[in-house]
Design a protein around this ligand. Sequence first.
Ligand SMILES: Cc1cc2nc3c(=O)[nH]c(=O)nc-3n(C[C@H](O)[C@H](O)[C@H](O)COP(=O)(O)O)c2cc1C
Length: 177
Amino acid sequence: MEFLELARKRRSLRSYKPDPVENEKLEYVLECARWAPSWKNLQCWRFIVVEDPQQKEAITTAFSEKNPGRKALNQAPLIIVLCAVPSESEIWEGKDYMMLDAGLAMEHLILAAAEQGLGTCWQGLFSEAKVKEILNVPEDVRVLAMTPLGYPAEERNPRPRKELSQIAFKGTWGEKL
Ligand SMILES: Cc1cc2nc3c(=O)[nH]c(=O)nc-3n(C[C@H](O)[C@H](O)[C@H](O)COP(=O)(O)O)c2cc1C
């Protein structure tokens, strides 16, 4: 599959079949995350794979009922939780490279999942404190995001994106490409 096709195919999916994710596929998506680039190659990211139904149920309590992604966390056979170790990254001129690096690794994982026919959905809106307690995450480690991982029970067309002319300039800010 060409990269553009993959990038367009990936959607945030919120409905899942109960079918398990093969171990090889799980390892494959994690391996793809491992090869993400990072600030000074510090690789601050960590992933927790959650499979236990009780743990998954507990995680949903860290989400507001209003979060449309909440129910998918219980439905999908796995949740992948994205953590990051701040001491393994740096903030430079106010830019927190941990956020970039962890995001890159997660997006590698998410695109690899789409390539394998698996669904995902970035989840950012939850109580970090609650998730840390449930998963026994150390005080000095951040829980940044998570995604359900499983075979999707829905297909969705791409959501609209801004035009290239709105987001890409030539030479100086605002100049037409
Ligand atoms: C950092 C981040 C956090 C997000 N948090 C949530 C969330 O808490 N709940 C949810 O349902 N979707 C969440 N999303 C999914 C976005 O709503 C979605 O990516 C966006 O609407 C574009 O749709 P698409 O991913 O299907 O292309 C999040 C996405 C990102 C990148």
